[in-house]
Design a protein. Structure first.
Length: 190
């Protein structure tokens, strides 16, 4: 990296650090904090556009993705602690990408699925990828005829045969059968 570029980066980081210090200054008025926050948002909008463009061809309008990324930027600005000594972009990028991914996870499902189940699917996908890496091939599907016998019967066995017979029985005592009414008993009196 050239000396000129290094000094320009240092100046940019120093200016950014000064803005965050003004944002977190206890003596600053609300109007001043709001102005500094707006300036930080405007300064980092190119980063937002860059990250949003990564997700441009995923079925959502780019404007929606940019809006979600901007919300992620605002959250990052509000939660960033300049005292930790790291650059803001190292904190902002994962925060913005997390907001975008959360948007896709929540908005692209055609059926409203609880977030817990959506996160579980992500864990299953990660475990599948790790197993594929370990095996050097894609692991078999549980419904595949090539699946190990310990997996296949779980999906091919009818539910009734899995539940013990004792659980099929009702815990209520049998009810007495009432005699069926006759047609004369059902008909309405005139």
């Amino acid at each position: 990296m050239s000396q000129t570029r290094q000094s320009a980066d240092d100046q940019r980081l120093a200016a950014e650090r000064e803005l965050f210090e003004r944002l977190h200054d206890a003596d600053a008025s609300d109007a001043e904090r709001s102005a500094v926050r707006d300036e930080l948002i405007e300064t980092h909008m190119p980063l937002v556009h860059h990250l949003a463009r990564r997700y441009a061809d995923r079925g959502e309008p780019i404007e929606d993705v940019t809006q979600v990324a901007t919300i992620g930027l605002i959250q990052a600005i509000d939660k960033f602690d300049p005292e930790r000594g790291s650059a803001f972009s190292t904190y902002a990028v994962p925060t913005i990408l997390g907001a975008i991914r959360r948007h896709f996870r929540d908005a692209t499902w055609s059926v409203k699925v609880p977030r817990r189940v959506q996160e579980l699917r992500g864990k299953i996908d990660a475990a599948h990828d790790a197993l594929a890496q370990e095996l050097g091939r894609s692991p078999p599907s549980p419904r595949s005829p090539h699946a190990p016998m310990s997996i296949q019967p779980m999906f091919s066995t009818p539910w009734n045969s899995v539940v013990p017979e004792a659980q099929h029985r009702s815990t209520q005592p049998p009810t007495a059968k009432l005699p069926s009414p006759t047609l004369s008993e059902i008909s309405m009196p005139r």
